[in-house]
Design a protein around this ligand. Structure first.
Ligand code: WQD
Length: 339
């Protein structure tokens, strides 16, 4: 198929390109490079030994989208472009609504103009909010706690409404749990701008010595060891889930929300220990106050992904830590020149 990938130069995007290209899909990356890197795309081309087109543009730019859709004529879209810092979304909600929600509407309008009716959307388990029961299945109530999560929730609703109105349309809303790790090659990985907000890239930078010590947000949660528990899903597994979802939208109409998680959890402390083991480096930490807006536990019921997409996580937290370390130790400054 001809697949347009918004946000293809980002962390999840660059990893998704690899199995997509290996499955011989034709790809156009559409990215404004606000948080993605041209160097990541160069490395993806090397690793896959495949070529693809790149269009530098913002999804709110209707003219740029028109040009990309007109020239590339996609059969389907994988929509990953968006702002993704939960804390920042609290401080700059309008930017988040504009980039994520308005941008998604412009994208759907371009799809409609060009009779492209298949979309895989990068949503988030954060749409569930504080869990009422665990593991969270797709029927769990949605009550996101922060503007970032609300943008994902609103886009899900918009895609549902578009899909009901558009005959022959097909959408998969992938609700990611906690993506982490890097491609086994160690050549591409997560390269946050500034100090990482997420756990694994933060630990990785402590391991290389770029950051002095980890602050663990909260030691008094009702978990095995008092620290928060998350369902970490290896980014290579997550990448495969997108390809399975593309196969699904190609053959089945409708709109489905599907969890993408490992179905098992690790606490923050367990992650620290796993990273120390994988890297052989000490990870100094202190226990600090809880971070506002954090839930205590997040855990996926991943049965729907298995029955509907034939997808299941294959890698565990040891693989996550090993690959994150390979990436971080081999590329201590990430892709370079971005900070
Ligand atoms: C994990 C755990 C922290 C940093 C968010 C979004 C989600 C997805 C991934 C995608 C928590 C603790 C973290 C640190 C810490 N976003 N922690 N010290 O908050 O579960 O999920 O990111 O684009 O949609 O909600 O992920 O990695 O920030 O935190 O103790 O320096 O690690 O408190 O328990 P989170 P995270």
């Amino acid at each position: 198929m001809r697949v347009l990938v918004t946000g293809g130069a980002g962390y999840v995007g660059s990893h998704t390109l690899l199995p997509l290209l290996r499955a011989r899909h034709h790809v156009l990356v559409f990215d404004n490079f606000s948080n993605g890197s041209p160097e990541a795309l160069r490395r993806v081309k090397q690793l896959s030994n495949a070529d693809f087109d790149v269009c530098a543009g913002d999804i709110r730019d209707a003219q740029k989208l028109e040009q990309a859709f007109g020239e590339f004529r996609p059969d389907a879209v994988i929509h990953l472009a968006g702002l993704k810092s939960v804390g920042e979304s609290d401080r700059r909600p309008l930017e988040y609504y504009s980039q994520n929600v308005v941008g998604s509407i412009e994208l759907l309008k371009a799809m409609q103009r060009h009779h492209c009716r298949k979309i895989v959307f990068s949503s988030s388990a954060t749409v569930y909010g504080e869990a009422r029961y665990l593991p969270c299945d797709e029927e769990h109530p949605t009550l996101p706690l922060k503007p970032y999560g609300r943008t994902k929730y609103f886009i899900e609703q918009i895609i549902r409404d578009w899909s009901s109105a558009e005959a022959g349309s097909s959408a998969v809303l992938l609700r990611y749990f906690n993506p982490a790790g890097a491609d086994a090659s160690g050549r591409i990985g997560e390269d946050p701008i500034g100090v990482p907000a997420n756990l694994v890239p933060y630990i990785a930078q402590v391991a290389t010595g770029r950051l002095a010590s980890l602050r663990i947000f909260g030691g008094d949660y009702e978990t095995r060891d008092g620290t928060g528990e998350r369902d970490f899903v290896h980014v290579e597994d997550l990448a495969r889930a997108h390809v399975a979802a593309i196969d699904h939208v190609a053959r089945s109409p409708g709109c489905e929300a599907i969890n993408v998680g490992a179905g098992s959890g690790a606490t923050v402390l367990e992650m620290v220990k796993a990273f120390e083991k994988a890297s052989g480096m000490p990870i100094p930490f202190t226990i600090a106050a809880r971070r506002e807006g954090d839930v205590s536990r997040s855990l996926a019921a991943a049965r729907k992904a298995e029955s509907m997409l034939g997808w299941k996580a294959e890698r565990d937290i040891a693989d996550i830590c090993e690959t994150a370390w390979r990436w971080q130790s081999g590329n201590p400054d990430g892709y370079g020149n971005r900070k």
